[in-house]
Design a protein around this ligand. Sequence first.
Ligand code: PEP
Ligand code: MG
Length: 753
Amino acid sequence: MAHGFESESRKLLGRLRDTLAEEGPAQARLDRITHLIADSMRTEVCSIYLFRDSDTLELCATEGLNPEAVHKTRMRIGEGLVGRVAKTAQPVNTEDAPSTKGFRFMPETGEEIYSSFLGLPVQRLGETLGVLVVQSKEKRSFSDDEVYALEVVAMVLAEMAELGAFVGEGAALAAPHQRMEMFPGSVGQEGAAEGHVWLHEPRVVVTNMVTDDPEAETARLEEAVERLRVGVDQMLSRVRATDKDQRDVLEAYRMFANSRGWMRRMQEDISRGLSAEAAVEKEQSTARARMQTVPDAYLRERLHDLDDLSNRLLRILSGQGNETGAEMPADPILVARNIGPGELLDYGRSLRGIVLEEGSVGSHAAIVARALAIPLVVHAARITTEALNGDHIMVDGEQGVVHLRPEDSVVSAFRDKMAMQAEAQKRYVSLRDLPAQSLDGEIVELHMNAGLMADLPSLVGSGAEGVGLFRTELQFLVQNQMPKRGELVQIYDRVLDAANGKRVQFRTLDIGSDKVLPYMKPTDEPNPALGWRAIRVGLDKPGVMRMQLQALIRAANGRPLTVMFPFVAQFDEFKEARDHVHRELEREAALGHVLPKKVEIGAMLETPSMAFAPRQFFEMADFISIGGNDLKQFFFAADRENERVRKRYDTLNVSFLSLIERIVERCQEGGTPVSFCGEDAGRPLEAMCFAAMGLRSLSMRPASIGPVKHLLRRVNLAEAKVVIEAARASGVQSVRPEIREWLRGQGGQSGQD
Ligand code: PEP
Ligand code: MG
């Protein structure tokens, strides 16, 4: 019995394939398809509803209902039985439709006479494109076999839509990957970019959906799964026992690759006429649909793993590997689920923009994107499923929004915005050689943050006076093994060469918390941001820190050297670190190396404790650099990586500004130069308020120097201070509104923030 049904379903799929191959208008194809399905399922009615826009379905073809209703009957998602199928992405199978909950009578279709109803979502990779319905007068409940067979048909329909088989018959029939889509995400790196999609991991294009020879297809599938298993085992044997996260993922891969249920379902799909590739996609689609509804994060991750594994299997089956034959566009915008910093560096500056489905603002990839000044949007959900290689795409790194296949109105508004930014950039270039001097004559030094060789060319272009923060850990993060001392000497030497006499403040290795070196044993800490990181690691295990200090001394080779230690939380830590520098200087001298002309040793002030450190700390430090990113997170006890709590606390909160003011005073008392190098220094309004609190040195992304200088040159800092003081005295939480208002009164300035 089951066998008879399978061959019937194969016959139907074969006919559908032939229909797809026919020339002629798309509508004729859809009409023929509904006819074929009704005939094969022995029902009076078969209808196809497709999404017209994100929440309206339209009847696009029917066999059995009133033909006049085609392209006229519409329903909202959730409305009636058809809308319910679209909303829940679950089948509705009833022998008495009119008395089923949610039934909606649609007189124009003449449907009251049909009693039985079977509706299924037309889905591709977890996305519902429409609904396929069969109905009959006879009261019958469709068997599991029939539901299953129709599911297979719905899947083929979805693929046909994907391949553009129905394009040309109005909006509802457009291939899903031709519609404009907007993806809200989070800002990873500011800037706007327009270009064409380049998928980091391109999807395999499946063109053979149907088979006449299930046995041969099953054999192909089994062979491919075997290769997949061997591949996973090989990957597992290569991964280190200590790399727990990677092992977890690979163990999950292995479990799925050996799952009998997964294999059996795919074999069943093939026996009903799907090709091996289509069977893999059908399972993948089901997993994706589940992924969207599973609330448990761990399970969702595992479903993600299954999704990745399916992609691997598809690549093996189709022989497409990573190479799908596509050519990188001239203006590529990289679209990926996630990407490592090393891979991103491989693409380098060729990219116009980056959009990640996951990622995080503080991730290493984000740091690299920032270093390369490439606009980045993270958390753009579903982008890798929606975007196709070559799609037109616009990345709005100011708002954290991505427009895929934008319509003309969006394109022109976006281009206007880009032109305005280009105009502003031109204005900033003209300021390059002018000082950041306020109207009341205060000069604020503007330095840049860096971490890669790729940053250094900006030193000239941005007008920065030096490098206020060189994050040395990036070199360590982008490699698969610990760099050797000789390599570091070369890198630091090149950095100093490129700086051409300008001051570079090298920060020693700041690892731990989110910055985990791939080749170091991970520590399982309950709260890594408050854990064993930065100087704590350096002092407890001084081998790497000493090696880095030696490399810096050798690279300086007679030139001045400036070193600072991250995350100092008490005076003794700084003293101990400073002693290390002196010991290494002695050692290097004994080895016959030329010592730096001058050595300055500073501390980053990133924990509130140091605002209350003994006077001697400020006297001993050659300079202090306020690491505002960490300082703020500890001051407000709000994780800098957690979007939900991070935004809750404004930098212009009166308490935080008072803390900055206090630190500046303490530095002035000890005669210690102080600067601020957290991200906030690059935001004009914040930078201006910091300057009003007494800071005369700020370090920021090179691209921020222009905008910050532009504002500083237009304000009177003493007046700004009066505004801040008045706001503080009034008991407000943040001085932002008052400062904005004041700037507005200063000749239309509203401050860019
Ligand atoms: C900071 O904390 O402000 C800082 C500059 O260091 P990082 O962002 O690298 O932790
Ligand atoms: Mg920090």
